[in-house]
Ligand binder design. Sequence first.
Ligand code: PLP
Length: 494
Amino acid sequence: MQILYTSTRGGGHAVSAAFAVLQGLCPDGGLYVPSALPDGRAMLSGMSALPYHERAARVIVPFMSGYDPGDVAMACKQAYGDAFEGPPAPLRALPEDVCVLELYHGPTQAFKDMALQLLPRLMTGAIAASGHRGEVFILVATSGDTGKAALCGFADVPGTRVAVFYPGGGVSDMQRRQMVTQEGGNVHVIAVQGNFDDAQTGVKRLFTDADFAARMKAMGKSLSSANSMNWGRLVPQIAYYFSAYADMAASGAVRAGAPVNVCVPTGNFGNILAAHYARRMGLPIARLICASNRNRVLADFMETGRYDSRRAFHLTPSPSMDILVSSNLERLLFELAGGNPGRVGALMAGLAAEGRYSLQDDELSALQAGFAGGWCADEQCLAAIADTYAQTGYVMDPHTAVGRHVLAQYRASTGDNTPALLVSTASPYKFASDVLKALAPGARPADDFAACEQLQRLTGMPMPGPLRALHTLPVRHSAQCAPEDMAAALLAAL
Ligand SMILES: *Cc1c(COP(=O)(O)O)cnc(C)c1O
């Protein structure tokens, strides 16, 4: 059975995975969703004995219509090899039936590498299969981590060019340095004078801007996306939930076949949506717990069914989750609406015009049957880092700590102590100043590198080599623009 993809808004016809990867966003502004899902139950058998790339191929290959299965398996082998320090998705058991899934051992120290080491290989495969001539121009909006992971994945990949827009004042010092020092002949990095939502809205606008598209076409470029709007970002993320469950069962953290809860620090709703797809494929996940920081629009939505982005935007210690408009929610809405694209279009029109929309009662019950939401204030996040370290010696980054806090809150308020998987999305060293502030409140590091060194001395946890090297790399990218000038900034850069 070939799995095909259609738009959440109903436009166009069903396309292959290769076509969906190449396009990124649907021409009608919607997102590609699979018409069916592979049965995942058999995928778990014997999985814990396999290396990660084989686990990943087992899950990913059935989704990839339009590709040769052997090519996809080979791409997994290349993506999940030497670029990672050790196994790509190791588990770490904490007390009280919590396992942490560490997804930050890739080249840019955040979970985005799990998809963005593979996506360029899928993209070049799709380019070859389509007979496309000219360059695929990949536009990226980043809240901090996608940008570097995309730059790292696509740098000097033939037939591609990548431009990253990041919120000028909204990323950590390490995140900014990672991006502005990027090498490669096909990369552009531009600071937007605004927040992540401004950058993401601007990129989405470029995709539907006919004038911009015509100018790109004249230059032999076609646009694509490396954000989690691209289906090729989501599929690789489904794989690590299977891998984690196989490891939990093998270690006895859960009885094989018994349910687990999964808690995901969430921003654009991509990572947690991948877990939801894994659950629909038959992976025994009971409840998905969606953890937000002070930008708690998703927590409010899950409680009330009202999505309302009209509120103050806060900068927090977990900047990669400082988001008020979560793109991938559209894919879940499509399901909640019973696959009715008209309904999705109406909700999205409400969001565009008024910044809000509301679910009907039946849609809200369907949402709450599978998901719970919660949020964490800045001081609670730092307290979660400190408490976890004091009790277990484990060091976690602020995003993971948001998840830790929300998981504890969920258990306390519901009494549901099902064994839990807590997804760890970044290395503590990417956010060293805040982690150090949590662990050693009296420390006064001069900058992020000093914070890294103090953190390493304090905890003994080794600092990732690529972050250390940033200290001496020259800045290569200093362009900036207003949100309304993103098209002009790109044309100037080309
Ligand atoms: C991107 C990111 C998130 C949010 O993930 P989504 O898929 O956008 O919900 C959380 N933590 C870190 C460190 C990230 O980079």
